[in-house]
Design a protein around this ligand. Structure first.
Ligand SMILES: *[C@@H]1O[C@H](CO)[C@@H](O)[C@H](O)[C@H]1NC(C)=O
Length: 153
């Protein structure tokens, strides 16, 4: 039997539904004016939603016009406007230094405690040059879901 037009469309629809989540990029906003040295072009979170108790990766895609020898990354996570988590990292731990003019990818991995309640969180990321100058500041929302480990025992 030949595959009908309808079956073909259904197959395409199913395929696109399957691949859509992988293409999904998180929308973000700049903290204030877009005067920053780093231009952010995209944010990718995996897995999306983030699973509490499991490692999550936040990838920041951007570009810069200057050589950056080093700096730090300040991460603040809030839940309904309430700060729940703050951490600072060396910029060079999250991307290769020195950062040459052009595009770069900053990859931040973290494991949220398995007690982290599910919901929508806001992550604010500020990147500062080692001389104290701000390179960029963005914020974006992400969802946390409960890991299966919670139900396992
Ligand atoms: C979080 O989950 C809610 C409910 O499923 C959804 O409406 C919202 O778009 C999600 N937000 C993000 C940032 O993924």
């Amino acid at each position: 039997m030949e595959i009908s037009q309808a079956q073909q469309s259904l197959l395409l629809l199913l395929l696109s539904l399957f691949f859509l989540p992988a293409l999904h990029a998180t929308s973000f906003s700049y903290c204030d004016k877009e005067l920053d040295i780093f231009k952010v072009t995209g944010v990718k979170i995996s897995p999306d939603p983030v699973v509490s108790g499991e490692a999550a990766t936040f990838k920041i895609l951007g570009s810069t016009g200057e050589d950056i020898s080093g700096g730090n990354v300040l991460i603040r996570v809030s839940y309904f406007g309430i700060p729940v988590h703050t951490e600072t990292h060396d910029l060079c731990e999250e991307t290769a230094c020195p950062i040459a003019p052009g595009s770069f990818v900053l990859s931040h991995s973290q494991t949220l405690p398995s007690i982290t309640p599910p919901g929508t969180y806001t992550l604010k990321m500020t990147i500062n040059h080692k001389n104290g100058e701000r390179l960029t500041c963005i914020s974006f929302k992400f969802n946390i879901t409960i890991g299966s480990a919670v139900f396992a025992s």
